[in-house]
Structure formats: C-alpha cells, structure tokens
Design a protein around this ligand. Structure first.
Ligand SMILES: [Zn+2]
Length: 162
C-alpha cells in the first residue's frame, strides 16, 4: 500500500507593511534621522556614511561610533542584501494586528551588501513564511504607509537577480 502525503499548505505571504501600528512622527524625529526618511520618499535607501572614516552606520546617530566624527553624508546604497536573521510572528502582539488579522508576519534583519554588519530591520514581502531563510537574497522596495502616506517604508522582496 502506498502512503499518500498531503501537500502542506504554506502560510500566506505578507503583501504590505503592517497597518494601524505606530509610525515615525516625521516632525519629531531628530535632525540626524531626517535624511533616511527623505531618502525613502525619493525611492532611495540612504544610509549615514561617516565623512571621517567612511564607515556606514545604521540606525542613524549624530556621531560615528568608530572615529567620533560628527560629519557624515547620506549615501544611497544599492538596497541589495540578504536575510541575516528573522522571526515569524503568529500571535498578534498589538490589538490592530489581531483586529485586522495581520498574522502571520515577519520581521527580518537584512544585512546590506555595502558593509559587513550593516543591517536594517524590515519586512520581506511576497514570500511565504516557510520560504524565508537566513541568507535569502533580497532587495529593497518602498511602500507608503497606509495610515500616513508621507511616511514611506523601506521593505524588501526576494532578489531574483533581475
Ligand atoms: Zn567615522
């Protein structure tokens, strides 16, 4: 007798960022963060690059942790990288996530190709949770937040190399 195994259905992929959750207040973010959000509105991922030693850094800070320089430039990066680490959230931790049935969702730490250890925290869209893995190649894309279109969120999608 041959045993039949049912194909296991995959969980739905995220298709957009979470809605009805807190967003950055662009009028209150510190000066040294504005360049990041100006970049996303322009469809560019811009990362602080130290004018003293040339190191990229993220999250934004006023001073370079390597050389203590206060000078930096917002520098466009390629937006390509890989999943360094991730978690799949299946239990809603915010009422809006439960009410809008936004689980499962993923939180991914993406390491950008420009520099070892240069990482951003985001979501990877259009891939089933079961298909997200460490080292998955990804590239950035930009989505205006549903609740405040002035806030344009950098999110990632699998990078098929095209
Ligand atoms: Zn530096």
């Amino acid at each position: 007798m041959t045993q039949q195994t049912e194909p296991v259905a995959k969980s739905p992929a995220m298709t957009k960022p979470l809605e009805a959750v807190p967003l950055p207040d662009l009028e209150r973010v510190p000066d040294y963060e504005h360049g990041f959000w100006e970049g996303t509105r322009a469809g560019e991922l811009r990362i602080q690059r130290c004018a003293g030693c040339g190191r990229f850094r993220h999250l934004p800070t006023p001073m370079c942790p390597e050389c203590s320089s206060l000078e930096y430039a917002w520098t466009r990066v390629s937006g390509r990288g890989f999943v360094y680490s991730f978690v799949i959230v299946r239990h809603p931790v915010h009422p809006a996530i439960r009410e809008r049935e936004q689980t499962p969702y993923n939180i991914c730490v993406i390491e950008l190709e420009e520099q070892e250890g240069l990482r951003v925290c985001s979501n990877v869209l259009h891939v089933a949770p079961e298909d997200i893995s460490i080292d998955l190649p990804v590239r950035v894309t930009f989505v205006p937040a549903a609740d405040d279109p002035d806030v344009v969120l950098p999110v990632f999608v699998p990078d098929t190399g095209q």
